[in-house]
Design a protein around this ligand. Structure first.
Ligand code: IPM
Ligand code: MG
Length: 359
């Protein structure tokens, strides 16, 4: 198969982690006899610097003409005072929309080798395997009107949380379909005791659930879900939620399993899938070669699975990650007191070797 992929390294640690992820793409392609065709494009702060646009037209073109997109991270404090549309993050939000990627799948899986990395006791976190299904193109991120207006000292800021029934229904179906292949549980997270959006959300999700009688649906308010996520993480299977709640809960899930650096994501639903680690650009450690590339590498596994239907190859990459963690490979975020930290490139190299060598 031809793996035609656009690479968007972006800002901060994005280029370092995507470089390792690309090596893994090449290794797994070599191992299983696939061809790789890559093109690198600009997004985020680097695109603002080069073209004064966080998502230049030729980046969009390249993404739309490939089979999948692998993104590193966007965001840089250099643009903190820019207006919204000239911030790096605007590039990310726009590419999600351009690609029609309304379903953001974020996997938080606990690796047995990492028992000492989670802030939770081993007996609480052991067995955690959560799939967060975050709605990605609606809610307060995209709702109109939005503004900051008024005279200095008494300005007023407005954001709009907005959801239509069709938007809720299509993301709910993604969650139920995934649940069928997993432990058949969907927890829909909302704030229906306060928000109209959440009341509609709950109603539509309950209606959609009737088409999936084999899946057990439960509803939870987001505050209470946040508490349960640290108290009893193993009880979660598929978590279905709106854009901002999903943003928050997925970082928390990263903390639960030991490091946000491990979390991978797939943004699907449109013609071309977008794959990115959940961690951000981490400007404080950028350029030091110490970032954890496993989130990006595990995003490659999600790409193989969701864009190319290469389940065997996807599982191969995931297994390689397990193997290197089992051997004690730890980047700084995972090292703690018991291990010495290896670099981004060393971690990438170990995964490449595990992909190439394992039988
Ligand atoms: C994420 C990030 C983004 C988001 C930012 C960088 C716009 O936090 O992917 O979780 O909020 O979606
Ligand atoms: Mg986030």
């Amino acid at each position: 198969m031809l793996l035609k992929i656009t690479i968007l390294p972006g800002d901060g640690i994005g280029p370092e982690v995507t470089e390792q992820a690309v090596l893994v793409v090449r290794a797994v392609a070599g191992r299983f006899g696939h061809q790789v065709e890559l093109q690198h494009k600009l997004i985020g702060g680097v695109a603002l610097t080069a073209a004064n646009d966080p998502l230049p037209p030729d980046t969009i073109q390249a993404c739309l003409s490939s089979s999948a997109v692998l993104l590193g991270a966007v965001g840089s404090p250099a643009f903190d005072h820019n207006p919204n549309h000239l911030r790096p993050e605007a590039g990310l939000l726009r590419i999600r929309r351009e690609l029609g990627a309304y379903a953001n799948l974020r996997a938080a899986v606990f690796f047995p080798a990492l028992e000492d990395c989670s802030p939770l006791r081993a007996e609480i976190v052991r067995g955690t395997d959560i799939m967060i299904v975050r709605e990605l193109l609606g809610g307060a991120y995209f709702g109109q009107p939005r503004s900051i207006e008024g005279p200095a000292g008494s300005r007023v800021a407005v954001n709009t949380m907005r959801y239509g029934e069709e938007e809720i229904e299509r993301i709910a179906r993604v969650a139920f379909e995934l649940a069928i292949k997993r432990r058949r549980k969907v927890l829909s997270v909302d704030k229906a005791n306060v928000l109209e959006c959440s009341r509609l959300w709950r109603e539509v999700v309950t209606r959609v659930a009737k088409d999936y009688p084999e899946v057990k649906l439960a509803h939870q308010y987001v505050d209470s879900a946040a508490m349960l996520l640290v108290q009893r993480p193993t009880e979660f299977d598929v978590v279905l939620t709106e854009n901002m709640f999903g943003d928050i809960l997925s970082d928390q899930a990263g903390g639960v399993v030991g490091s946000l650096g491990l979390l991978a994501s797939a943004s699907v639903g449109g013609p071309v899938g977008l794959y990115e680690p959940v961690h951000g650009s981490a400007p404080d450690i950028a350029g030091k070669g110490i970032a954890n590339p496993l989130g990006a590498i595990l995003s490659v596994a999600m790409m193989l699975r969701h864009s190319f239907q290469l389940e065997r190859e996807a599982a191969w990459v995931e297994n390689a990650v397990s193997v290197v963690l089992g051997k004690g490979a730890r980047t700084a975020d995972l090292a703690g007191k018991s291990h010495s930290a290896i670099t981004t490139a060393q971690m990438g190299q170990q995964v490449v070797e595990a992909v190439t060598d394992s039988v």
